[in-house]
Each structure stands twice: as C-alpha cells, then as structure tokens.
Design a protein around this ligand. Sequence first.
Ligand SMILES: Cc1cc2nc3c(=O)[nH]c(=O)nc-3n(C[C@H](O)[C@H](O)[C@H](O)COP(=O)(O)OP(=O)(O)OC[C@H]3O[C@@H](n4cnc5c(N)ncnc54)[C@H](O)[C@@H]3O)c2cc1C
Length: 375
Amino acid sequence: MANTLLDPHYEEIFEQAASLSSVTRGLEPFAQLTTLHLGGTPLSSFRCFSQQAAVEVIKLFDAHQIPLLVVGGGSNLVVADGEVPLAAVILDFDGIDIDAPSARLRAEAGAVWDEVVATAVAAGLGGIECLSGIPGSAGATPVQNVGAYGCEIADVLVEVTLYDRQHGRIVKAAASELDLAYRYSNLKFTQRAVVLDITLQLHSDGLSAPLRFGELARTLGAEPEQRLPIADVREAVLGLRRGKGMVYQESDHDTWSAGSFFTNPIVSSAQASEVRSKVAAKLGEEAAEAMPAFEVAGGIKLSAAWLIDKAGFHKGYPGPQAPVRLSTKHTLALSNRGNANTADLVALAREIRGGVAEVFGVTLEPEPVWVGVSI
Ligand SMILES: Cc1cc2nc3c(=O)[nH]c(=O)nc-3n(C[C@H](O)[C@H](O)[C@H](O)COP(=O)(O)OP(=O)(O)OC[C@H]3O[C@@H](n4cnc5c(N)ncnc54)[C@H](O)[C@@H]3O)c2cc1C
C-alpha cells in the first residue's frame, strides 16, 4: 500500500533504519497491531528484534525529528483512522530470565506479559499471579502500572532499563522514580523514554500475594488476605477474566477492546456525596446506599462501570447492529464488532462520557493512550 504522506527525506532515513541488524521494515496497519483492531496506517512500521536494534532505530528517528510510536501488544491504544503520520516501532525482543536464588525475574520489553506470568508460576514464583491474562507486553506494564484483582505491577517492580530519549542514553531507573500510581506512571502520555526490560522481585514460597479482591477470594473459597498456591490463583483469575471478556481472543469480539475504557474516577468526599445524592434522586435511596465508593489516597474512588450502567448504558449498548458496542460481558469495555472504524469508537465513547457527566456530574477519563484522535 503506498503511503501518500511519506516525505522523500523520511524515505532515506527509513531505508537506513531498515538496513540495521535485527530490524525489519513493513507497513502494518494499526488495525492489525491493536486489540481493538482499529486505526489506520503508519508511514512505515519497524519490527525490532533486539534492545540494541530498538535503541538504534529510535535514536535515528529522534535525530531526524521523525515522529514515532512505540508499540507493544497494542492493547491500550486508540489510533486515528486513515494515514497516521508517524513510524510505528514495534518491540519484538522477548527474553525472560529467572535468578532462582534471589527470586528475581527479568523480562525484555517485547515479552508477552501473560507468558511472563505463566513462566513465573511454572517456576514456583509468586507475586504476579493476580495479573494473569492481562494482554500486551512486559515493557508496557510499568507505563500505566497495570493492575487487576488487588495487585499491581508496582507491588513487585524493582527497576526498569530505559532508553532515555531526551538524553539519548540507556539508564536504569528504580521503580520509585516512575511515580507509579493508579493506572499511571510518568512514562504514560510522555514518550520520554522506552522501557527495554523490567526486573521484578517475586517470592519463592509457592504462595500467592495476599488475596485482596473479594470476588477472587470468594471464587477460591478463601478468606481475604489469605495466600493460596499460585497456580490455583492464576487459574481462578483467568476464569474470572474470561467470563468478563477480559482475556483477548481473536474469535470473541467482546475482547476486541482496550480492556477498561475509562479509569475509576477519584473524587473528593464532597463530590462523592453529591454523586450519591444524584443517584438517590434518579434511582432511589437503596441504589444510593449501594453505590461503590472506596477511600484511597487522594480521595474517594468510584466505579466507572457502575456509573455507566446506572446512567443507562448497559452491557451490549447500543445493540447488536452497532459497529462498536459495550462488551456484552463487561460494561467498561468498548468493543469493535468486526467492521468498525475509530470514528465509531470515539462517537460511542463521547456519548457514554457525556451521558455519565449529565446524569451524575462525573467526567470519566479514558484509560488508553490516544494517537491522532481525542475524545
Ligand atoms: C481484553 C483486555 C483486558 C485488559 N485488562 C487490563 C487489566 O486488567 N489491567 C490493566 O492495567 N490493563 C488492562 N488492559 C490494558 C492493557 O492490556 C495494558 O495497559 C497493557 O499493559 C498494554 O500493553 P501493550 O504492550 O499492549 O501496550 P500498547 O498498547 O502497545 O502501548 C500502550 C502505550 O504504552 C507505550 N508503550 C508500550 N510499550 C512501551 C515500552 N516498552 N516503553 C515505553 N512505552 C511503551 C505505547 O507507546 C503506548 O503509549 C487490558 C486490555 C485488554 C484488551
């Protein structure tokens, strides 16, 4: 496919990049690179099969001010339709090493995250079993501090190797330097650095992290905070996630998504009371009492899924004929039914965000990274 945006000057640089060792050049559309299966075509795409190759390609493009997007598994990306004026740099190096005496695991950025979890579990190392089934790459896990079922990568992350794009050098950064917070790090939305590998501190007693998520503990017949064999916890998490369409599967359009599309809003306690009053006015006192609200650092965390549902957007909304719908298994996932484009997704995202703001006065923030398009 010819790309009409390609500057002749870029072509020279792209050829230089393609001639580097462990790099292949292609023209892979974002519809193939993302789990939403949406998005147009980059200027060119570059698969990098080693850390060194990725660093050299990115350094070259930065030196020539060629816009680029680092792509892992494409499971947290919303990309514009049509021609996308940047180079896609796909990280395809995927080594996983375990140092048994220290129970440390190092994974290269392109390793498939769930394979990292499976490898740890097979080696009897606990700490990440609750993060089973999250799509995408190991290198992206610190970017938004991935989390699920009461655990997040911040619990086990020791350090990352970064390619610092501002200073053009490879550095080690401790987890504490990344400002990891709920679905956030100082790497997200900034493109300031590329994660080349991650090091995790796991534990070797064969038991899981303490079970902090009620639904998971109940599924396993365990008490909260109990620790169970890691393989059992992994299986339970995968089962729960499959039931919610939260394990990506090519054959299931409910999973052609970016996972949770909106983050859970964190509001002040005064705002939380206002929302509760609005719920009471619309749905009655019982619903207001039942509204999920948890004290966290920085305020009160509300449930985006609950607010969306109570604002009238139920699973499967707006119906079977729509190109983009809420997943039929989870209110918080916007899913491509097979022939959508990004404009369809954005339209539904705006409708839902607007509806929740109108009914409850809460503005939901999208969780994925948006490229060339905004909500
Ligand atoms: C079905 C489904 C379920 C999901 N469930 C969860 C969940 O339970 N919890 C959760 O937290 N998330 C979840 N997600 C979101 C997503 O899987 C995670 O955010 C994941 O870590 C994204 O990884 P990726 O490799 O696909 O990143 P991409 O989508 O490829 O990239 C996302 C962003 O990170 C940047 N990036 C990627 N790799 C690197 C790198 N090595 N260095 C620097 N920047 C990089 C990209 O440039 C982009 O800005 C889910 C998604 C889906 C589709």
